[in-house]
Design a protein. Sequence first.
Length: 435
Amino acid sequence: MSRFICIRHEDKYEMERRAPLTPKHVERLVKQKMMDIIVQSSEKRVFTDEEYIKAGAKISRDLKKCSVVFGVKEMPLHVFEPEKTYVFFAHVLKGQPHNMPMLRRMIELKCNLIDYERIVDEQGKRLIFFGHYAGLAGMINSFWALGLRLKEHGYISNLLKIRQAHQYHSIREAKDDISAIGQLIAENGIPDHLKPFVIGFTGYGNVSQGAQEICGLLPVKEISPEKLLTLHHRKKLPGNLIYKVVFHEEDMYEHVDGEAFDLHEYFSNPQNYRSKFEKYIPLLSMLINCVYWDKRYPRLVTKAYLKKLYSRPVTKLTVIGDISCDVEGAVECTLKPTTIENPLYVYDPETQTIKDGCEGKGVQIMAVDILPAELPRDSSNGFADVLVNYVKPIADADFDEPFEDLDLPKAIKKGLILHKGELTPDYKYLEEFIK
């Protein structure tokens, strides 16, 4: 048991500037919980060493005194020390091959691993997450990408006033810019050749809600998927409205045998379902993908369909904001994740190749895989608002106790993947991936 905890410097990505706990939350833990906190020095973290010192933390590069280490992203192998507890986004739940060496190393050293992604309530709902901020940043970037892509097509729009998300000091500043553009659209309308301008959102969880929050700063009218199918047949449409469609599972998938859609069965046996999303794609100007996907599930946008779609003389679909960013996943033309430094590429359906930037034939793809890092101050504060409540129970836990006797909050115990170097019951399935 120890109250000596550490906040680790992030080093997986050059532009990763988030922290799991902010100076405000550190001060709360130091003053109210009497905890000793070491913050690993960082020149790029959005919060300075001086801010943490003022909050009562100690600054060091050496983490040997700490028994519990909090981070955001995966950690390199040399970081891990025997029998310590690590709390971060491990990205091992799907047996991701690139992270299996890390998991093996932690097993060898008899470490404890708590994965934020699996800190859930009794209904399986995640409690600590950055997803909302991924949606916010993803939508800002998608609007920014749309302005650049329209410029490539010869149209100079007010969207060019939008910057990439990380260039804003705060989400408030970004919202002010987009709200001002929304006012211009309401007053002046959009060009006839872009009407009706339709933005489709796949999914309705935290990520989608964040993206929709940004979209709602423009003059938006929400319509159902069914109404979308008839929208283009209407003779008179308002010239100053953007249409939004939110697709739920039953809108996107159907049973292969024609049976009624059953949400529980879809999640339990996704192999019994296929996509019916293609009927909507030609009607979308932008697609914002926010759904969870793994290889068991059907794809929504395939390379084969895009090749057929882009063989037409005119194609509405201009930008895909793949916030979920599963490579060749639900959106098969997401051939690689992008970085904050190089966030966009154009996918050519004919050659099935990509070209970085905004030039070329095809559809613009935005697929940054650490989107919340583009809003590091806001996203860190939102994340820490929840995490701070679990820090002391984690620090106080005696991990030498048998798993069944561990005195941890239920949600944290659900997220404990490794206990003393052994996979806990819910994660025994990872043994086959580790081998």
